[in-house]
Design a protein around this ligand. Structure first.
Ligand code: M6R
Length: 609
């Protein structure tokens, strides 16, 4: 969704802003714009569609901005108002002397517009332009930039990250936020802000998250932060713990393929750092056994792929720790009157750590007294900061909209949590838990085995290229993996796909199976194999085109097996099977010539409800 970048320093600003916006492209956007402090005034350039269109617009204007070293930029994912030039950010006021970019939603923009009586002055249909008008009014009143911003922000309802520049007030960018993220860093080239560290991480490995409801005054040599009462605020400095080149395609045609192939490494990183003396050890994450000892039930809250990781977690925790686990779609949670109390452990799962539904659900659960633990990939993100405890997946930056390595590392964390919880609650003894950990340590190799055979999956993908619909069937632990595989296929190939617990198919959906309907069958669970084989035969007898992925020891003469999954304990198959199906979705999308990394209508970071 929307992304912000800002720079003030000693280098030409336009290249820095454009590079930053390019790094934020993965968030999803439909227009973009920059505002640059030029010698005579602030120049604003905007374009609809891809960033290349903005680059094209800038061509020929170099003389205007080539000495400029300060500016702000924005990519917009349309919410209020279509993707048009007028609605694109930056928004200006006072004949262009005040410029604002905004990420978030201003809920009371209509009320503000009416109370200021400016309906006829506004040029856009956005909820954002009113912020520029509001700040301008306050600036005229107080003749002080900081005061004008603070007084305006006090009137805003909703979520916002703002970057603001004023003509005639020197080379300064002001930034403030509520919920929506802003990170800041300083380097020898100057000071930078952005919605995500990926946009500015190349300038410094040290950065900080701007605390909510504070104001930052960003100059070339300094970033000064104050709360709204004027007290200095000292934010916690974070260190970038991934190689900045991790944010490039590294020779792969798409980020998604690169990220799928990174899974053995990131799984090793996520798992190995949390195993000490063959036991799961979460002490570096500051998670003590007390958290598990005191919890009677668990509620997992997440969206999309992250929620599917929660379903795998439910299976593991309920089976091994014998504690009830409810998994909620975050968007439904606060409206479901969920049964949670002080002994409930709420686990929020999120790659970005910024998904607004998950964040709001977390706050709601905390108000009900639940303890909270976040499984998050992005350091210092809102969900990580809000939660009582946090475990970071060590997936590194995930750029493709379709989540892959973030998902498998989330699942890896659920294995570790299950092991530690089972040990703490005496559901597994020392031998039991070390055996579990030994099996877990085999996952990266199992994934490597699949990636080494990716061309086999590529051939299978060809069978789906002309399909409009597919069905996926599996039983028990395989079912949540198929929900995830099905989401992957839908979002990047635009083929309608539905996952079913195999036994459920004949309660209606089998009516849709006819000659040639593609059905992907997954079979990794020994105790369910006979039943799954009979479900596969049911669809075969209706002439479906079945593509079967089966664990080596379950391959039988009774049905054709199209892809043999590596032999691994039944409780650990969720990771290798999903990687095989991620590759299937990937090849369908790339062979169809689609933009695998940026599927239509989707945004990587979903910051609106
Ligand atoms: O950043 P989050 O993990 O909170 O995002 C949740 C979902 O939006 C995300 O998993 C989405 O479903 C992915 N695009 C799926 O590939």
């Amino acid at each position: 969704m929307c992304g912000i970048v800002g720079y003030v320093g000693n280098k030409p600003v336009v290249d820095i802003l454009m590079d930053g916006l390019e790094q934020l492209e993965y968030r999803g956007y439909d227009s973009s714009g920059i505002a640059v402090m030029c010698p005579e005034d602030i120049k604003v350039y905007k374009a609809i569609g891809k960033l290349q269109n903005l680059r094209d617009k800038l061509r020929g204007h170099e003389k205007e901005f080539n000495t400029s070293t300060m500016g702000i930029g924005h990519i917009r994912w349309a919410t209020h108002g279509a993707p048009t030039l007028l609605n694109a950010h930056p928004h200006t006021c006072n004949c262009g002397r005040l410029v604002v970019v905004h990420n978030g939603i201003i809920e009371n923009y209509e009320a503000l517009r009416d109370s200021l009586g400016v309906e006829n002055e506004l040029k856009s249909e956005t909820d954002s332009e009113i912020i520029a008008v509001l700040i301008d009014r306050q600036y005229k009143k107080y003749k002080n930039c900081e005061k004008a911003i603070i007084e305006s922000v006090k009137m805003l309802q909703g979520t916002f990250a703002l970057a603001i520049i004023f003509d005639g007030e020197g080379d300064k960018i002001y930034a403030t936020r509520n919920v929506s993220p802003i990170v800041c860093c300083k380097s020898e080239k100057g000071s930078l802000i952005a919605s995500d560290i990926i946009a500015i991480g190349q300038y410094s490995e040290n950065y900080f998250v701007l605390p909510e409801m504070t104001i930052a005054k960003i100059t070339r040599d300094d970033i000064e932060i104050k709360d709204f009462a004027g007290n200095s605020v000292c934010p916690e400095i974070l260190k970038l713990d991934w190689d900045i080149n991790a944010g490039t395609k590294g020779g792969f045609p798409f980020y998604m393929e690169k990220e799928i192939c990174e899974q053995p490494d990131v799984l090793r990183k996520t798992i190995n750092s949390r195993i000490k003396n063959s036991l799961p050890d979460l002490s570096e994450d500051k998670i003590s056994d007390e958290l598990f000892e005191n919890c009677t039930d668990i509620t997992v809250i997440a969206c999309g792929t992250a929620m599917h990781a929660g379903l795998i977690g439910k299976h593991l925790i309920e089976n091994i720790c014998e504690i009830p686990v409810n998994v909620y779609m975050a968007s439904e949670f606060i409206y479901s009157n969920p049964i949670i109390n002080k002994s409930t452990l709420v686990i929020c799962v999120s790659q970005s750590g910024e998904t607004i539904d998950t964040l709001e659900a977390l706050k709601y659960a905390q108000k009900k007294g639940a303890k909270s633990l976040a499984i998050v990939n992005v350091k210092g993100s809102s969900i990580a900061m809000q939660s009582d405890y946090v475990i970071y997946t060590q997936a590194g930056p995930e750029i493709a909209v379709a989540s892959t390595k973030a998902y498998t590392t989330q699942v890896a964390i659920f294995y570790l949590l299950t092991a530690r919880m089972a040990y703490t609650k005496k559901k597994l003894n020392y031998e039991g838990v070390t055996k579990f950990i030994d099996e877990l340590a085999k996952l990266p190799d199992a994934v490597e085995n699949i990636i080494a055979r990716k061309e086999e999956i590529h051939l299978l993908a060809k069978k789906l290229l002309a399909s409009e619909h597919t069905f996926m069937i599996g039983r028990g632990f395989d079912y949540p993996s198929l929900l995830e595989a099905s989401l992957k296929l839908k979002e990047i190939s635009y083929i309608h796909s539905e996952a079913f617990a195999s036994g459920e198919l004949k309660h209606g959906t089998i009516a849709l199976i006819s000659k040639g309907t593609p059905v992907i069958a997954l079979m990794t669970q020994r105790y369910l194999a006979a039943k799954q084989i009979s479900n596969i035969k049911e669809v075969m007898s209706r002439k479906a085109e079945v593509i079967t992925f089966a664990k080596k020891s379950l391959v039988t003469k009774d049905i054709n097996c199209d892809f043999v999954l590596p032999e691994i304990d039944d409780d650990f198959t969720a990771v290798p099977s999903v990687v095989a199906l991620q590759l299937l979705a990937y090849y369908v999308s790339s062979d169809k010539g689609l933009d695998v990394d940026k599927p239509r209508n989707l945004a990587k970071v979903v910051t609106v409800e």
